[in-house]
Write a protein that binds this ligand. Structure first.
Ligand code: ADP
Length: 267
């Protein structure tokens, strides 16, 4: 068996690969010690680790393990998953919305990290906590899905006030820019605040990705990362903004495991 581990800032993703296929496991990164001892129990397996906490995890393991660079592992994993898709383009962008966001230009032969933004899944968690006190990911995405952003975000149409804007009036002119009278602030619901947080993250990662895609001369952007887990609102925002700006957004099933899959393929 081959075990690939992507030890990230928030979550540790583990893929166990054998002839029967892939098995997926996920742990909070704070359980690093537990994961190390669990992996120690797989005597016969070949283990390869990647991700920001790979070295720390390896130092806690009582067995040898290979280590590969996260971006290389991720692009290998993306290629692996794409083989099951009707996708024929030989160059595309991969945007990994993890704790932070990383953007890669991938071709059939190489990958290059071309940039990123600190706005990502960690921003979702941090701003959600600051604004609502909620720290549970599932609760954050569930509540956000019920919220409207109109009272928090300033749209282009708000600025043009009935006049014909030169760009679609529905676009966000300023995330969190719709300043309310202070008396109304208390009336903002957790749902509205969380929807606005996800709007900010989604529009930022989509816009950054499409600009990067233009720079690389590609149109397809493959979005991966655990930030999309059960988070249809983030997906919707990303799809809408990517398409609006001429990009072709794609999501991979189990896409948050690309790094771990790539590591499991290491020979
Ligand atoms: P990393 O490799 O940096 O850990 P991930 O791709 O695993 O990144 O994405 C981490 C993000 O996924 C978090 O910032 C959060 O927005 C989201 N997330 C999804 N599920 C959970 C969870 N169970 N606990 C915490 N964050 C989660």
């Amino acid at each position: 068996m081959n075990i690939g581990i992507d030890a990230g800032g928030t979550l540790i993703k583990v893929v166990c690969r054998n002839r029967g296929g892939l098995k997926y496991h996920k742990f909070p990164s704070v359980q690093l010690d537990y994961v190390a001892s669990w992996i120690n129990g797989f005597d016969e397996a070949q283990v390869c680790v990647t991700g920001g906490k790979a070295a720390l995890l390896k130092s806690k393991m009582k067995r040898s393990a290979a280590e590969i660079v996260e971006f290389e592992a991720t692009s290998q994993g993306v290629r692996y998953f794409l083989a099951d898709h009707d996708f024929t383009e030989d160059a595309y962008l991969v945007t990994n919305v993890g704790t932070g966001t990383s953007i890669h230009h991938v071709t059939d032969r190489h990958q290059k990290r071309i940039g990123g933004t600190g706005v990502g899944g960690g921003t979702m968690m941090g701003l959600a906590q600051l604004l609502t006190g909620i720290t549970d990911y599932e609760q954050i995405v569930r509540l956000a899905a019920k919220g409207a952003r109109d009272r928090i975000d300033l749209k282009v149409s708000h600025i043009y006030e009935g006049a014909e804007p030169p760009i679609p009036g529905d676009l966000t002119a300023s995330n969190f820019g719709h300043l309310l009278p202070s008396a109304s602030l208390a009336s903002l619901s957790q749902e509205e605040l969380l929807a606005a947080v996800i709007g900010l993250v989604g529009e930022t990662v989509a816009t950054t990705s499409v600009l990067a895609a233009g720079q690389c001369g590609v149109s397809s952007v493959i979005f991966i990362g655990s930030s999309f887990l059960r988070n249809n609102l983030l997906k919707e925002v990303v799809i809408r903004y990517t398409k609006l700006r001429g990009g072709n957004p794609l999501f991979l099933r189990n896409g948050e495991y690309c790094g771990a899959v790539g590591a499991s393929l290491y020979e």
